[in-house]
Design a binder for this molecule. Structure first.
Ligand code: NAI
Length: 343
């Protein structure tokens, strides 16, 4: 079984080679991202494996279909980069629904603590033997209110961590399901939170959830954390609100236009994205490059589940419990409910 593996990094190779060898898979590791110009590199392979910034739009799906590919295995949870509607009836799409909610939730807390206790500033100062404390004053998390938007696997773990710090947790979810959090309307969450953390998926509805209008409802000095998807925040509006001092700090693991920038080394180059450069230049903005998932445990789980998904597809008559469901509306015929493959 041969799998074309796009957007490969060294840590992917290490994790996947172990499971690939055990499960009879041969990987064609490609450094390039999947897109209309690179889809042909999958020729001769049985499956394609992609990550968050690969382009799985309609033309790419069509080209892969022409090449005989019938399964795309996402090695991530989010799938906003896949045209699911177009894939339906052509190519099955499987994903890793959960690999370590702790990895992402803990990273969100790490960003928050780094930001409000100025750890990033202190680290640079003491390396230069500058032991001054001026400008490093932070604030206690204990007693503060955190607003968690999206209380699925990651948001729920983040809420637990925050409670451990003695914070009051308010939550908003379109489909509330966590009995341990206090759900409020979105506007109330915006108005009352000292810190807001985003853990919902990127959909048409949540795109630019954080925009000028919603930020105007927030407390002055609020800290915004985004470890979910970049386009949940209108980055230009965020910069404006940081400059107007309404937003106290932003902790960003994801960025709207990250696809061509994140995961690559641009040190020594001139980055053309002025908006990102301006955000990074702000003393109260911390950016990590979509790193929240990156723990040993998560990488191992991703490799295990992804290879298992592919095996299940090929050895189990195309049936894989982690197949993405394109809600086709054919209730009577829905194969997913049986459970079988989607089409
Ligand atoms: P999940 O599916 O368990 O939870 C998502 C929650 O968002 C659900 O409770 C759902 O009801 C809620 N939701 C859906 N639409 C909503 C809306 N319009 N408004 C408010 N809430 C809404 O997903 P999980 O595993 O907790 O992941 C959350 C997000 O984290 C993913 O969508 C993905 O984009 C991101 N992620 C980021 C990673 C990183 O490395 N930075 C790694 C893994 C996931």
């Amino acid at each position: 079984m041969k799998i074309a593996f796009f957007d490969t990094k060294e840590y992917d190779r290490t994790a996947f080679e172990k499971y690939g060898a055990e499960r009879g898979m041969e990987f064609r590791f490609l450094e390039t991202k999947l897109g209309p110009d690179t889809a042909s590199l999958a020729e001769g392979c049985d499956a394609v494996c992609v990550f968050v910034n690969d382009d799985v739009s309609a033309p790419v799906i069509d080209r892969l279909y022409e090449l005989g590919i019938r399964i795309i295995a996402l090695r991530c949870a989010g799938y906003n980069n896949v045209d699911i509607k177009h894939a339906y009836g052509r190519i099955h799409v499987v994903r890793v629904p959960a690999y370590s909610p702790y990895a992402v939730a803990e990273h969100a807390m790490a960003l928050l603590l780094t930001s409000i206790r100025r750890i990033h500033k202190a680290f640079i100062r003491t390396r230069d033997f500058n032991f001054s404390l001026n400008g490093l004053t932070g604030f206690d998390l204990h007693g503060k209110t955190v607003g968690v938007i999206g209380t699925g696997k990651i948001g729920s773990v983040f809420a637990d961590i925050c409670r451990g710090f003695g914070m009051e947790v308010l939550a908003y979810d379109k489909f509330p399901s966590n009995p341990n959090v206090k759900y409020v309307e979105l506007d109330e969450l915006f108005e009352k939170s000292d810190i807001i953390s985003l853990h919902c998926p990127l959909t048409d509805e949540t795109r630019h959830l954080i925009c000028r209008e919603s930020m105007d409802k927030m407390k002055k000095g609020v800290v915004i954390i985004n470890t979910s998807r970049g386009a949940l925040i209108d980055a230009e509006a965020l910069l404006a609100e940081i400059k107007s001092r309404r937003i106290g700090a932003a902790c960003l693991d994801v960025y709207e236009e990250e696809a061509d920038i994140f995961f690559k080394d641009y040190s020594g180059h001139i980055v053309d994205d002025d908006l990102l450069a301006r955000l990074i230049s702000m003393p109260n903005v911390i950016v990590t490059s979509h790193q929240a998932f990156l723990t040993r445990e998560a990488l191992d789980n991703i490799a295990d589940t992804t290879t298992d998904n592919i095996l299940s597809y090929f050895n189990n008559d195309g049936i894989c419990k982690n197949e993405l469901c394109y809600h086709c509306g054919k209730v009577e015929e829905c194969m997913k409910n049986r459970p079988q493959k989607c089409f």
